[in-house]
Design a protein around this ligand. Structure first.
Ligand code: NAP
Ligand code: MG
Length: 396
């Protein structure tokens, strides 16, 4: 490795798996260089969360990071860990610092049946993470009257638009987005599609929300024509815009394989639909990509608290490490691509193949066993990792 990657350790069961993945699958094969940040909740508390901000700055500087799942504190965690403060979500802190888009992709294996049999290639959902219905203003209307949206400019001038003349009680809502954020979202999607060499689809409802959704559609179209069309052509991929209802119909009939960009609310709903159709949260990878080309890889699931408490009692658990392994392979591959270290890219491919070959040989954790028919007997996490290591030794 020429340049280190940013390693962000985490909490609970995934922290245990993190250490085992490194010891069993990475360190014996790679001369690993990382800048290590301990984002475990105890250390976030001890450093007044400075460690999270430092880790985010390190990803901006070094361009590639890999992150373990972390606890987002709530009242119960405040008690459990005797915290000084209810520290914010580390993912939120990192997302704000990088101003990026989250891409979620299922890990597909022919042994694990999708609920939609036609989907043989993974579908990546790219969800805009800013504004929209998540930062709306709402009003309860209790009597007849006129509802308007009003904009007061910095110079005091006013623009207004009638929404509805209420003849009785009802509800009323307003939401917003910023050109800068829409543009960053579009750039992240174009860059990701190019990096992955996959077609990019984008869908909104601009026939109804002509101005709001129209701004998204127009921003994507303009950037594509001005900056990306020739790069897409060279990479042999395409950009396709269609209405969201048409996109849903086409995606269900497709064999998958595309990146599907969606506004914040649409992405929230559709990413849950896609991940459940493909089978398991423990087989979803997640990468945060910024418009200036920073990549942060992680698993889509959390710290698997229920398994961790069983582990603390001395029980072996059958916790699935696959999404966390793929976070590592994704980060190593990206590091290898950026630094032209072919051996690192080859290792990333080899470890992913070893994981899939292990699943094909029907040695699996409990969550995967239940997705296979007939169901094999589930093994514990360590046995699963050792089986992956044996496969890896035979190829790496
Ligand atoms: P979770 O950790 O994703 O686990 C929920 C359930 O999903 C588990 O109890 C388990 O079901 C199943 N599951 C998830 N990952 C699995 C795996 N790798 N192998 C096998 N089964 C798996 O979500 P949570 O319990 O709601 O949250 C736990 C903690 O994680 C919370 O403190 C939360 O703040 C944090 N969190 C962090 C992130 C992140 O850092 N990106 C994301 C989400 C949540 P069974 O118990 O039925 O086996
Ligand atoms: Mg959701």
């Amino acid at each position: 490795m020429a340049v280190p990657l940013v390693e962000m350790d985490g909490d609970e069961m995934t922290r245990i798996l993190w250490k085992e993945i490194k010891e069993r699958l990475i360190l014996p094969f790679v001369d690993l260089k990382t800048e290590y940040y301990d984002l475990g909740l105890e250390n976030r508390d001890a450093t007044d969360d400075a460690v999270t901000r430092e880790a985010a700055a390190a990803v901006k500087r070094l361009k590639v990071g890999v992150k373990c799942a972390t606890i987002t504190p709530n009242f119960q965690r405040m008690e459990e860990y005797k915290l000084k403060k209810m520290w914010p979500s580390p993912n939120g802190t990192i997302r704000n610092a990088l101003d990026g888009t989250v891409f979620r992709t299922p890990i597909v294996c022919e042994e694990l049946k999708s609920y939609i049999p036609g989907w043989t290639k993974p579908i990546t959902v790219a969800r805009h993470g800013y504004g929209d219905l998540y930062r709306d203003a709402e009003m309860d209307i209790s009597e007849p009257g006129a509802a308007e949206i009003v904009f007061t400019a910095a110079d005091g001038s006013v623009k207004r638009e009638k929404v509805y003349d209420f003849e009785g009680p009802g509800v009323f809502q307003g939401c917003y987005n910023k050109d800068s954020s829409i543009e960053a979202f579009a750039r992240s999607c174009f860059e990701y599609a190019l990096a992955e060499k996959k077609d990019l689809w984008f869908s909104t409802k601009d026939t109804i929300m002509k101005l709001y959704d129209g701004r998204f559609k127009e921003t994507f179209r303009r950037l594509y024509e001005e900056e990306y069309a020739s790069r897409f052509e060279k990479a042999g991929i395409s950009y396709f815009y269609t209405l969201i209802d048409d996109a849903v119909a086409r995606i269900v009939r497709s064999s998958g394989g595309m990146v599907w960009a969606l506004k914040n609310y649409d992405g929230d709903v559709m990413s849950d639909m896609i991940s459940s159709a493909f089978g398991s949260l423990a087989m979803m990878t997640s990468v945060l990509v910024s418009a200036d080309g920073c990549f942060e890889y992680e698993a889509a699931h959390g710290t698997v608290t229920r398994h961790y408490y069983r582990r603390l009692k001395g029980e072996k658990t059958s916790t699935n490490p696959v999404a966390t392994i793929f976070a590592w392979s994704g980060a190593l591959r990206k590091r290898g691509e950026l630094d032209s270290t072919d051996a690192l890219v080859a290792f990333a491919d080899a470890i992913e193949k070893a994981v899939l070959d292990t699943i094909r040989s029907r040695v699996v954790t409990g969550d995967l066993a239940s997705m296979m028919s007939p169901s094999p007997k589930a093994v514990d996490s360590e046995t699963f990792l050792d089986a992956i290591r044996k496969k890896l030794e035979s190829v790496a």
